[in-house]
Design a binder for this molecule. Structure first.
Ligand code: DGJ
Length: 731
């Protein structure tokens, strides 16, 4: 009896000391960036646990004391805060990894073995943590790639085993995080065609909230893989603790947000395991995509600055380079054009002053000409009737007009009314015994099949070979995957993953051969915007909705996660706002036109030409500078945003009226951000519509201190619905 009591006391001491961090055997693994740290406690014989995530402490020794400061009760299993939660043993909450072993057993435990942190360069370090199952020859490595100055982490997992046969992975997350706070606020996004990035912010309740996609391709149509979590209260632009998360994957994703019995938040993010069980062969390594996150205790503005900088420096193709302004023919001609018309548009391109003409959908297909969206997709030969002299003559004509030429493709998809479909029905994703279900009259090609990958690569390669002057690609993707089935794969549950891997293989081949050519990532609008695809693309198309009033909101929401240099914005006929409003909104990113310029009256044309000149004057600031969201359109009559260059010598401020009610407008000054208080700046309203004047009293010299303390009233009202102010240092 006495012995049992001592044993119980020993157990209690072991547990209390263990969880309080005083336990001598504990290893603390601090994964540090410039301002933040993720601390894991790793004990031999246990799964590593997250004991702290947030602002860095000055003294590393004190990380071991953090856990002891919490008095949240007992989680019984000691595993709620696992750094990577296994299933089938003592875990009873949502797992990160769940498997069936080769012998049919479903239990998994992952014990800490070792860790290593190695520098990659001055700014980047990578920590890897090895975990092993004590019973099965099954192991996992957790990777944390830290971009120190950006406070950004990419986290992923490699899974492998040496069992006697395949192990089935039922769930295989990229990352597992654990946050402690009084409560948690989720900002998530939903949407549809022309309604991308609709935000919702709500307090998380107990249980699991899942953000996911099961669409296969065009995976973000209803929900993108980005979200933010505010701790304690919704963060605003300048205050509050907030985590931004993004899964780097262009297919089905799943993000579990589980508020656990101890009131802490478990985040598990990865590929969606829906219909995707993976048979992992012995010694094969399954590497998950990375989950990307940044944390700030200074609000959403700071978190965005970090992510946008990271994206420019490390992810978006040519993120610190230049972009081409363009004229696109989609909205002005749709499928109805011929060579003469396009040659006319090439002249218009020159007249407008933009860099490139982009030929959109409808240039291909002969047996089944692409005269509408019902036929021709997949037959990538120039339509002889529309383009008797081929793309080559257009590229030549573009050169003669001193502009560049780009082209639209939707290489992953096929219309059943096409030669490709008749020639290669086995290349199409569809259930063999069920009726086809079309999306925009089309089906998806099976990119898990290397033959299909070759076909897509060769289609694009031969376009470049035949037309070396081709300067730009718009890569569209309009259909989702229905009736998921591949004639190429033995294991159908591998299709969703193999598709995305096949897509990346094609993109990597294109980039190996054509590293620089700018490409726009488009998916019937913003149906595929993510940080895995953006490795191969210079920009993305946020939405087919180019109504400038809608765009103020859509671009505002994208800007939390993506920099302006990657955001293509076109001036079109959508919306009721004046042309100036449209132009000013489109300039907050990568400017383009998609209007019938030949139909513009003289003043409108002059204004468009002036817009290109104005834009060329400050585009470097928008592309490479820091962005600040100043006044939200969601809770004001107007929206204000600004961009500031790196040395704080130039800035540009955009202001838009978003409310039509009587006397709506900017009533008080808007304090600016990101300037140098000690400098003096000249403020000047630019891009005025011909014949209009700036509001009195705005154009003057102010100190940076004044501009950031008192601010500027852009004098937005119904007569001045959009106002652009250029701010330049004066010495
Ligand atoms: C959808 C894209 O979002 C549009 O910009 C346009 O390229 C059409 N597809 C063409 O079919």
């Amino acid at each position: 009896m006495k012995k049992l009591r001592y044993f119980k006391i020993f157990l209690v001491l072991f547990f209390v000391l263990g969880t309080s961090g005083i336990y001598a055997q504990s290893t603390y693994i601090p994964i540090e960036s410039r301002n933040n740290v993720l601390v894991l406690q790793a004990d031999n014989g246990r799964v590593p646990r997250i004991v702290y995530f947030g602002k860095k402490l000055q003294n590393k020794e004190e990380y071991s004391k953090v856990a002891g400061m919490c008095n949240q009760g007992d989680d019984y299993s000691g595993i709620l805060n696992a750094a990577y939660t296994p299933s089938g043993t003592h875990n009873l909450v949502e797992p990160a990894l769940s498997v069936t072993h080769a012998d049919g057993n479903t239990s998994l435990d992952l014990h800490y073995v070792s860790y290593e942190t190695k520098p990659i360069d001055d700014n980047v370090t990578q920590t890897s943590i090895l975990l092993k199952d004590p019973v099965y020859p099954f192991e996992v490595t957790l990777f944390y790639k830290v971009y120190k100055n950006d406070d950004v982490i990419e986290q992923w997992t490699a899974i492998r085993h040496q069992e006697k046969g395949a192990v089935t992975l039922h769930k295989f997350a990229s990352a597992n995080l654990y946050l402690k706070a009084d409560n948690f606020w989720l900002k998530q996004f939903h949407g549809d065609w022309a309604k991308e990035m609709q935000p919702e912010e709500s307090k998380l309740t107990h249980g699991i909230k899942v953000l996911d996609s099961k669409l296969g391709t065009r995976a973000d149509l209803y929900q993108p893989p980005v979200f933010m979590i505010s701790l304690n209260q919704p963060a605003n632009e300048d205050d509050g603790k907030v985590l931004y998360g993004c899964l780097e994957w262009s297919g089905n994703f799943r993000i579990d947000l589980e508020l656990d019995p101890l009131n802490n938040l478990r985040i598990i993010a990865g590929i969606n395991n829906h219909a995707s069980e993976y048979a992992l062969q012995p010694n094969e390594e399954f590497t998950t995509p990375a989950f990307l996150y940044t944390f700030s205790d200074k609000g959403k503005g700071d978190a965005s600055l970090k992510l946008q900088r990271w994206a420019r420096n490390y992810r978006i193709l040519n993120g610190n380079g230049n972009r081409l302004t363009l004229l696109n023919n989609w909205e002005s001609t749709f499928f109805n054009f011929d060579e003469a018309k396009l040659k006319q548009l090439l002249k218009e391109t020159k007249k407008l002053g933009v860099d490139l003409f982009l030929l959109d959908d409808g240039w291909f297909g002969n047996t089944f000409p692409r005269n509408n969206d019902k036929a021709g997709l997949g037959d990538w030969q120039e339509n002889k009737r529309k383009l008797p002299n081929g793309i080559a003559s257009l590229v030549k004509e573009a050169r003669a007009n001193d502009v560049k030429f780009g082209i639209w493709l939707e290489p992953e998809m096929v219309n059943p009314v096409s030669q490709l479909y008749f020639k290669h029905p086995e290349w199409v994703i569809k259930q063999p015994q069920r009726p086809e279900h079309l999306y925009r009259n089309q089906l998806v090609l099976d990119l898990s099949n290397p033959q299909v990958q070759d076909f897509i690569f060769n289609t694009i390669d031969s376009l470049f070979i035949k037309n070396p002057g081709l300067a730009y690609i718009k890569w569209d993707c309009n259909a989702v995957i229905y009736n998921a089935y591949s004639t190429h794969l033995d294991k159908q549950s591998h299709l969703y993953i193999a598709y995305v891997e096949g897509l990346y293989r094609v993109l990597a081949r294109i980039r190996a051969k054509y590293p620089e050519v700018p490409m726009m990532l488009c998916s019937g609008g913003g149906g595929r915007v993510d940080y895995a695809a953006l490795k191969y693309f210079t920009e993305f198309w946020p939405s087919d909705n180019t109504d400038p009033l809608e765009r103020v909101y859509i671009q505002w929401e994208y800007s939390y996660f993506y920099p302006a240099i990657a955001t293509s914005n076109h001036i079109t006929d959508w919306g009721k706002q004046p042309l100036k409003f449209k132009a000013d909104v489109a300039m907050m990113g990568k400017l383009g036109f998609d209007i019938a310029t030949e139909k513009l009256n003289e003043t409108d044309l002059k204004f468009c030409q002036q817009t290109v000149v104005s834009y060329n004057g400050f585009k470097e600031i928008v592309w490479h500078g820091d962005q600040f969201r100043l006044v939200s359109p969601w809770n004001s009559d107007f929206a204000s945003l600004m961009y500031v260059n790196a040395d704080k010598t130039s800035a540009v401020m955009f202001n838009y009226l978003v409310n039509n009610r009587y006397s709506a407008g900017s009533k008080v000054a808007v304090p600016l951000k990101g300037l140098d208080a000690g400098k003096k700046y000249r403020v000047q309203e630019i891009n005025l519509y011909p014949g209009t004047k700036s509001a009195g009293g705005l154009n003057a010299v102010y100190s940076g201190d004044f501009l950031m303390t008192v601010g500027l009233n852009p004098r937005v009202n119904s007569n001045r619905a959009s106002v652009v102010l250029k701010i330049d240092e004066v010495k």
